[in-house]
Design a protein around this ligand. Sequence first.
Ligand code: FAD
Length: 342
Amino acid sequence: MKNIFLFAEHLRGRVTLESLSLRTAALEWKDQYPQASVRWVLCGDSVFPVARDLAEGSGLDVIFFDHPSLKFGNPEAHAAALSSWLEPLDSWAFLLPQSSLCLAMAPALSLRLGVPYLSGAVRCLFDEGEIFFVRESLFGKRTERWRPVSHKRILVAMIRQGSFVGFKGGGPPGRVLMAPADPGPLRTHTVRQEVASGRETGLSRAAVVVAAGRGIGDEGTLASLRELLAFLEGAALGASRPVCDRGWLPPEHQVGITGQTVSPRLYLALGISGAVQHLAGMQDSQIIVAVNQDPEAPIFRIAHYGIVQDLKVFLPALLQCLRDRRGTRGGTPGVDETGATR
Ligand SMILES: Cc1cc2nc3c(=O)[nH]c(=O)nc-3n(C[C@H](O)[C@H](O)[C@H](O)COP(=O)(O)OP(=O)(O)OC[C@H]3O[C@@H](n4cnc5c(N)ncnc54)[C@H](O)[C@@H]3O)c2cc1C
């Protein structure tokens, strides 16, 4: 393996956490292939400043593709530009974050290059010279091992798993290298990109996130969660996808790969099974406390504290305990209209 490329997706001038975490995987690859060079690949329009910051922050070289058609994350334009550049190279692994752009772009890239593509990998393993990718299904209850048919060209989208290993500061900056970026004629054009306004949930700045999963049973339980929030300073309400899909909470409360990424001091997961798509958005929380009636729930694998109990028993008991304490100590907790505590 001569080259390990990491796709650096960026939003509003900053490389996403999901992309940065690929570096963790790349370090393991580097152990296996000490001769290989690890480099970022970054696409966009007028993205030199982003590429430069990434090279300085990571100490890795950044190859960047600059073209107006790459401005708004057009998957076809990305696949076209990257495939003409990758085509003559014969020994590489290309790791991508499992984002909407990459999930649309990677299959097109795979077809253009005739290279097999795997999505949803949570980690890679090396066993006696063989590379395996691990995928989880059935909410983490089943693990699959995938082996690429060839080690020459590997295209994999990875879900962030395990803690993000930050950049080691102090090293020399990487180089910024410009690649030819004309994707040629395209059938699709992205005209505009709008950032959803969404209501302020307070999630990104919350010190405590109380997260509701399908296990809360029904929308009515949210009243208890809001009461709980009021007792916790700097707390906000998060949710798993089924809770938002059912309309119990608006989508901006969703935590996970297609929702928000949070890293509070305390993450309280209530009735959440721990699917990888959810974990991707909260696994960097400092302390994770999970309450679930199923002792085998995957969330317990990453929780620092696990409580195996029915929420219908746990929540009233916890609230009563907090009310009793308030009665002893005095003071009135408050919660604002966004669900965040004052
Ligand atoms: C492309 C894609 C993107 C996705 N993106 C996201 C995302 O961003 N965020 C996200 O959250 N999901 C996402 N998902 C969905 C994800 O795969 C899971 O389906 C989802 O996270 C499960 O939510 P849950 O844990 O609330 O529900 P479930 O998996 O149904 O788990 C409910 C849990 O509650 C427990 N429970 C039930 N009743 C009680 C009770 N009375 N007391 C205590 N515990 C109880 C159960 O034991 C169970 O473990 C995505 C899926 C796909 C395919």
